[in-house]
Ligand binder design. Structure first.
Ligand SMILES: Cc1ncc(COP(=O)(O)O)c(C=O)c1O
Length: 398
């Protein structure tokens, strides 16, 4: 392998890092990154195998631990975020779960914002308590609640900003400041913003988790995820947990995400431009009760969103008037009904019956997710076609 390990990618700008950081080529000199589709590695002798397992010799051991294609994805992610370590996972949920379980033990306390993706909410609300971990779910937009609930018992805090699907914005810097007074670890699910729009580490986060399934792939092809942290945290907590519990990503999927990174910034920019136009269109519509988008001036945390995000992202959520959510969705021609997001194809979701079904009606009430809420993931089609599609669907509602 011709590892370009000595290349100092930090000297380059973002877009160059996204295209090239972490690249290494085999002796064949391939232009595009190679896919190493192998599960194991061979050793020249039993002594070499022993030395590699003992950490005395560098080299791969087993793809559950590491793989050259996966390493390229991890290095590109870490270099782009400006973070020391990255571990790629099989999905966003395995990243979320491993980030928590690798650190917590029975008796620990966690404080989390309540506005979370359904599966994240389920982990915090149902799964962690089963192992004796106490979780407090609070209104993350209210700093006084963080202040009240984070105590010396708190081992870590977890938050999603913007949140899926309510697009709540949490003041990451202030929450991190409170958490660090008590030495609590700050984990940020940065999936809706993507690494391009928000840099949680610069705001004080200790760990960032991603679903690569969303914008990083961005073309609906592959599941994947990533956990970013300091080298110290990775060595002490993540590495032993991950190696032996096995949430590793397939090299093929890592390759898809790696190639997705190359166009991420360009795609995000267009997603955001399109989403803002759709949000502006919807916010004036008589059949729409409320439009929620961080880059709209009437968003309750507009000023904060402007401060910590570069643009508003690809998701526009709105409340439709009357019992018309399904009618609207079924009347769309271009938008596909799907629970995924961050795709080049525009997608429409009814959170109450899909992504947030698992948390039940009571839970959804607390999260402000009514049956009239619709989530749009704005893709990369011509935005005028998208707006006409929405206009036609709204016309069909009486
Ligand atoms: C905020 C958030 N976190 C985590 C996930 C889980 O990601 P994955 O589907 O890759 O497991 C999602 C998926 O929608 C999400 O929206």
């Amino acid at each position: 392998m011709s590892f370009k390990k000595n290349q100092n990618y930090n000297q380059y700008r973002n877009q160059t890092k996204l295209v090239r950081a972490g690249l290494f080529r085999s002796e064949h000199g391939e232009t595009s990154e190679a896919i190493f589709m192998n599960s194991g590695y061979v050793f020249n002798s039993a002594e070499e195998a022993e030395a590699r397992f003992a950490g005395e010799l560098e080299g791969y051991l087993y793809t559950r631990y590491g793989n050259p294609t996966v390493t390229m994805f991890e290095e590109r992610m870490a270099l782009f975020e400006g973070v020391e370590a990255c571990f790629a996972t099989a999905s966003g949920m395995s990243a979320v779960f491993a980030s928590l379980l690798s650190y917590l033990k029975s008796g620990d306390h966690v404080v989390s914002s309540r506005s979370l993706f359904g599966s994240c909410y389920h982990i915090l609300d149902q799964i962690l308590p089963r192992y004796g971990i106490v979780t407090h779910l609070i209104d993350g937009t209210d700093l006084s609640q963080w202040q009240q609930h984070i105590t010396k018992k708190t081992k870590c805090v977890f938050l999603e900003s913007p949140s899926n699907p309510t697009m709540e914005i949490i003041d990451i810097k202030s929450v991190a400041k409170i958490a660090h007074q008590y030495n609590a670890l700050v984990i940020v699910d940065n999936i809706l913003a993507s690494p391009v729009l928000q840099k949680p580490m610069d705001l004080g986060a200790d760990i960032i988790v991603y679903s690569g399934t969303k914008h990083i792939d961005g073309q609906g092809r592959s599941l994947g995820g990533a956990i970013l942290s300091s080298k110290e945290h990775y060595e002490k907590h993540l590495k032993p947990f991950i190696r032996h519990t096995g949430p590793a990503i397939s090299p093929f999927n890592a390759w898809v995400l790696l190639k997705g990174l190359e166009t991420l910034q360009i795609r995000m920019d267009q997603h955001c431009q399109n989403a803002l136009k759709v949000a502006n269109y919807l916010s004036g519509h008589p059949k729409v009760e409320k439009t929620i988008y961080p880059d709209l001036k009437n968003h309750p945390q507009y000023a904060l969103a402007k401060k910590q995000m570069l643009q508003g992202g690809s998701i526009v959520t709105f409340i439709i008037k009357g019992n018309n959510a399904f009618k609207f969705m079924n009347a769309l021609n271009i938008f596909d009904i799907s629970n995924n997001l961050g795709d080049t194809k525009s997608l429409v979701t009814h959170p109450a019956t899909t992504t947030h079904r698992i948390i039940g009606e009571e839970g959804r009430k607390k999260l402000n997710i009514p049956n009239t809420m619709i989530r749009l993931s704005i893709g990369l089609e011509d935005v005028d076609d998208l707006i006409e599609d929405i206009e036609n669907a709204l016309k069909q509602i009486h």
